[in-house]
Design a protein around this ligand. Structure first.
Ligand code: SF4
Ligand code: SF4
Length: 329
């Protein structure tokens, strides 16, 4: 069967073509050896061998800290205006694409978040197949989240098999047909089917709050929150308001919050929904493997492995999940 093929030799031309109409970002290895999503310029090519970036692409959609509302005595309440020029994200692995699918469900459902919606509609997503390492769990995640992309590239020996997944992708591909050739080779395996999308058979039993594992993990957890910061589907935020000293203006900001932090469940007067680390650890587990809010009942771990590489205590939830989620994994 014929596939659409882009040779490695055409990669620079492909990126240059996309740069004519938008900024292009992808995984870039810095001088410190850390791979991050950053601008791909003519002298900065994507690191195609990187299994994961330090932070997931959520940083483009949900900024770590941002103003979401302004007030002034003259103008009243105003939503912040932000230019959202087109941005291509190149080289997104299936787990990160599924992570964006999760954020879409949260921020574009009943009442779309205006900042998220504007940024999302300016994004073109170009996926890239990858080979999981020992930290990944995408191949046995029970999340039904799909890896949605405008274009998806599957790495082959000398280039990529390319396919479109949206109208935007079809148009993008049509504009670069001179870089694409048809090849008669076996259709490569689609790594986007890693997710166990058919295994959510029934609601799992409730998890015991007194399970000894919560305390065992909590005894080792440092409460640093790194696992949540680097997670492509963690999207908790805090909302703070600051009034100016003249009393005539104020801003409301939101910033990433972290369920491993003591302050996450603290209320005025010092009360807390989750007083100890074991409760906080259980809460994170439930959110990753059982979902909540718009994702209720939908596991949101997409198996990127970032939490395991980031954890200074070397904690790994996979063995616990295998035991508690049983055949759903
Ligand atoms: S829980 Fe860990 S492995 Fe799962 S999506 Fe989040 S960071 Fe990735
Ligand atoms: S990264 Fe590890 S030590 Fe830090 S909060 Fe997460 S589980 Fe705890």
């Amino acid at each position: 069967m014929a596939i659409q093929f882009i040779a490695y030799g055409n990669l620079e031309a492909l990126l240059e073509r996309m740069r004519r109409s938008s900024e292009v970002h992808g995984p870039v290895c810095g001088d410190d050896g850390v791979v991050r999503f950053a601008a791909l310029t003519p002298d900065k090519l994507p690191d195609l061998s990187a299994v994961r970036t330090l932070l997931p692409p959520k940083k483009y959609l949900l900024h770590p800290q941002e103003t979401i509302l302004k007030y002034s005595a003259g103008a009243g309440y105003q939503l912040p205006e932000e230019p959202c020029p087109p941005l291509v994200l190149f080289g997104l692995h299936p787990c990160d694409l599924a992570g964006i699918n999760c954020l879409d469900r949260i921020f574009l459902s009943d009442v779309p978040d205006p900042l998220y919606a504007a940024r999302r509609s300016a994004l073109t997503l170009i996926g890239l197949s990858c080979t999981p390492d020992e930290f990944c769990s995408c191949h046995n995640c029970c999340s039904p989240l799909k890896a949605l992309s405008d274009l998806f590239l599957v790495s082959l020996d000398n280039g990529f098999a390319v396919s479109s997944g949206s109208r935007r992708g079809v148009e993008l591909l049509a504009a670069m047909m001179d870089l694409v050739e048809e090849q008669e080779i076996p259709v490569p395996e689609d790594t986007r089917s890693f997710f166990g999308q058919d295994v959510l058979k029934q609601a799992p039993p409730e998890l015991d709050v007194d399970l000894p594992e919560w305390q065992e993990f909590a005894d080792h957890c440092l409460g640093c929150g790194a696992c949540s910061i680097c997670c492509p589907t963690c999207s908790c935020f805090d909302v703070l308001e600051f009034g100016a000293l003249d009393g005539n203006s104020a801003i409301r900001i939101r910033q990433w919050d972290n369920c491993l932090f003591k302050s996450h469940a603290q209320l005025a007067g010092g009360a807390s929904f989750r007083k100890n680390r074991a409760e906080r650890f259980r809460y994170r587990y439930l959110h990753k493997y059982r979902g909540f809010g718009p994702m209720s009942g939908i596991p949101t771990c997409v198996g990127c492995g970032r939490c395991r590489t980031a954890c200074p205590a070397g904690l790994d939830l996979r063995p616990l999940a295998e035991r508690l989620e049983g055949e759903r994994l």
